[in-house]
Design a protein around this ligand. Structure first.
Ligand code: SAH
Length: 362
């Protein structure tokens, strides 16, 4: 293996940071051999912080109405073939009830940017969940809102917020989004969320149209600077009713490579093995965990709406009941030596010496 590549991986493992040029070098020089070199390092760090626990999040896709028109997304405003739905507060609470019995202690409310869920209604939903399940964390993934809105939702009890930055390169951002959307606003949102006190998540799609090693290097440099608590990355997958329908999907190999790099960069980070990764490869999520991920997000949405929340083609698990998804993932994780835990699964910014010892015994 290239000696420079090896020394950069060693330095990333030790110092947890590289320059943008060095990140670009890592991205350009991925190889099977380099992957074999980085994987055990990513696994070791992951075990030091999280042992062999895998955190689960119950994903509730509460609305597929969206005022935005992101060029890659299947629920974009101008997709007239998309059959639209929104869940009521009661339906969302029912999903939480089901989830609680299945051992979920984090609910992720994800949706399009739907004005029907104004601050008053969304705060009501968040506080109803927190009242019923005070031992659970609520994560919101409801797009760009005002600082005041983020503050109110936080005060209503929301613990975490996921807002992928999508790309840290302004020009690339403008190729993925219509002119009415703004890179600066997305970044503003992320900094507001962090300042307000949310456990904050950013992230990007791997292999999105017009992505280059340089734009990916700016993603890594941004993540390095921002030091998020969570980082959602998964392959881009085309959706038949979007302008990017003929673009190719991101690859398993590149996604795994980036997961391992991010684990070395941010040892503490909550890093999901995403549904998109499970969609491009039957063992994608298992491979994601083995590359350094520590979170999975099975679907808790009512089966009747699952197929309608289609961000990309052929999304998996759209026909299964929540219990089936949960059991399936339990088996999949056990098969690779990991275990799903009944826990809120908060970020752990301190290395656990106990886990370090466990690791030595393994
Ligand atoms: N409206 C919310 C939630 C968006 S959906 C928000 O703006 O944050 C969650 C994520 O799915 C997006 O951030 C995007 O990165 C990802 N996504 C959308 N379309 C996709 C596609 N075609 N392939 C893979 N991931 C996609």
């Amino acid at each position: 293996m290239d000696s420079l590549l090896k020394s950069l991986i060693d330095r990333l493992e030790e110092k947890h940071t590289l320059s943008p040029d060095e990140y670009a070098f890592l991205i350009r020089n991925r190889s099977a051999e380099a992957m074999e070199y980085i994987t055990p390092k990513a696994q070791r760090i992951r075990r030091q912080y999280y042992g062999n626990s895998v955190y689960v999040r119950g994903l509730i896709e509460f609305t597929n109405l969206c005022r935005n028109n992101c060029l890659y997304c299947g629920i974009r405003r101008s997709n007239s073939s998309c059959s639209r739905y929104r869940l009521t507060k009661e339906q969302i609470l029912e999903c939480c009830d089901t989830g609680y019995d299945l051992g979920f202690r984090t609910y992720v409310l994800q949706g399009g940017e739907d004005a029907f869920f104004d601050d008053t209604y969304l705060c009501e939903i968040v506080s109803a969940i927190k009242t019923r399940y005070p031992d659970c964390a609520v994560t919101l993934s409801a797009g760009e809102r005002s600082r005041d809105s983020y503050r109110r939702l936080f005060d209503a009890g929301a613990d975490r917020y996921l807002l992928r930055h999508e790309t840290a390169d302004r020009h690339h951002y403008e190729k993925l989004h219509p002119a009415e959307m703004s890179f600066d606003n997305r970044m503003r949102c992320l900094y507001d969320l962090k300042e307000i006190g949310y456990q904050t998540g950013c992230g990007f799609m791997v292999g999105s149209p017009y992505q280059t090693p340089e734009t990916l290097a700016s993603d890594l440099a941004f993540i390095d600077r921002f030091s998020p608590d969570m980082c959602g990355i998964g392959p881009f997958i085309p959706h038949r009713d979007t302008p990017f329908k003929d673009c190719s999907a991101g690859t398993l190999e590149e996604t795994l490579w980036l997961l391992s790099i991010i684990r070395l960069m941010l040892p503490h980070v909550l890093l999901p093995a995403t549904t998109a990764l499970g969609t491009i490869h039957p063992l994608g999520r298992e491979k994601g965990i083995l590359a350094g991920a520590n979170v999975v997000m099975p679907n808790l949405s009512p089966v009747s709406v699952r197929k309608k929340y289609e961000l990309y083609d052929n999304k998996i698990c759209t026909g299964d009941e929540a219990a089936e998804c949960r059991n399936c993932l339990t088996r999949r994780m056990e098969a690779i030596g990991y275990r799903i835990v009944t826990d809120r699964g908060d970020v752990n910014r301190k290395q656990s010496s106990l886990n370090g010892k466990c690791e030595a015994a393994l």
